[in-house]
Design a protein around this ligand. Sequence first.
Ligand SMILES: C[S@@+](CC[C@H](N)C(=O)[O-])C[C@H]1O[C@@H](n2cnc3c(N)ncnc32)[C@H](O)[C@@H]1O
Length: 259
Amino acid sequence: MTPPTSADHAARFAAAREDRSRAVLDGFHALKHALRFGAEVEVAVTSDPAGLAALAQELAPDLRARLDALAVAVPREELRRIAPRLPHTEVVAVTRRPAFDPAAALTAQPQRPLVLLEDPRHLGNVGAVVRVAAAADAAGVLVTGPRDPWDPAALRGAAGLHYALPVGSLGERTEAALDLLGASVPRRPLVALDPAGEPLGDMRLPAGAVLAFGTERHGLSDTLLARADRRLALPMRAGVSSLNLATAVAAVLYGAGAG
Ligand SMILES: C[S@@+](CC[C@H](N)C(=O)[O-])C[C@H]1O[C@@H](n2cnc3c(N)ncnc32)[C@H](O)[C@@H]1O
């Protein structure tokens, strides 16, 4: 078989960035986590094979042999064409996304909290939420709105931890997402996190709750608030209007008995 050329690699990565059945992982940590949590890697390229081997030896000896076998060495100029935002660890990969089934995601791990982001705008926030949700062993991260939670920018923010738990979109509309949630058995309690809610204090969250967080600028919609079983706030010093979205998710998952 003819080995892939520089143009083949560049075209393959460019196509994968637009393909919702694939994911593009930038950097060692994203590839490490993806492999640990079962990602199927289609291609991995590095312009620093010795550096990759040393990182694997130091930070992921469990993956050293797999990374050695997987990563194809290419010149740095070629990697720059493949990944214009060259990660400092000089490795990028294309993986297959796992199939996402909303009904299965809503019922998996029924005792663990499930994070719902209503129409998040910043993909860096989405990534940070996936990362903390994976660390806290949440049941999943679901989003509404037009953003793709598997966008390469979100994967960068999550350090590849999308493979550790179900991550997917329930579609553009909040009503449709809430209908899916209401129809799932057992039905999870819906807790709205909202700066204007009742103070969370020492309260424990109900087991298996869907924890809903709002969009960065406007917060949760009236539609979601009207359907919530509870509306809770992380107390803040007077004068502070709100926490950053991902910070709020982390505080709730770890601080209120959900973690
Ligand atoms: C940047 S905030 C949105 C700010 C928006 N102006 C508001 O009043 O909700 C994004 C999301 O983080 C969560 N959040 C931020 N601070 C919070 C707090 N103190 N208590 C509960 N949730 C909070 C909420 O879900 C909020 O919708």
